[in-house]
Design a protein. Structure first.
Length: 139
């Protein structure tokens, strides 16, 4: 089922921005358990093909937009070295905060432990023939 959905996405049979069928519909189509369906959707999400939202349909991501790792740790320096043109980082927020309960649980933090909250935008510029740089995309 994972490979079937992956092929549909990669061959543009299910286009970027479209919703995947519901878990219930996928169970019926593939005659698979709910657990199997969820595992396949989780793999698609981890590999950057879909965006899952609890209680909503999964949405297919634009896999041709740019090659950016969705799961795992990769330094931005490594990614930027593969991108032609100037790359800029703009930091909107950088502060040490007390995390909410969900973050404490996910990170297994003790009460009173603070974390860094950072909001930033990465911008990619491309040089044109006139020598001026213009914004191409943000990620």
């Amino acid at each position: 089922m994972y490979h079937d959905l992956l092929a549909l996405i990669e061959n543009n049979k299910i286009k970027a921005g479209e919703k995947l069928p519901s878990e219930f519909d996928l169970q019926n189509k593939y005659q698979a358990s709910r657990d199997t369906i969820r595992k396949a959707l989780l793999l698609l999400s981890q590999n950057g093909y879909i965006q899952k939202s609890q209680g909503k349909s999964s949405i297919v991501l634009d896999i041709n937009r740019f090659n950016f790792p969705v799961s795992g740790l990769t330094s931005f320096k490594d990614i930027a070295s593969d991108i032609k043109g100037k790359v800029e980082t703009i930091v909107h927020t950088c502060e040490c905060i007390e995390p909410d309960e969900e973050i404490k649980k996910l990170l297994m933090l003790k009460s009173g432990t603070k974390v860094w909250y950072i909001e930033r935008v990465r911008k990619k510029y491309r040089a044109f023939l006139d020598g001026k740089r213009r914004k191409r995309f943000s990620f």
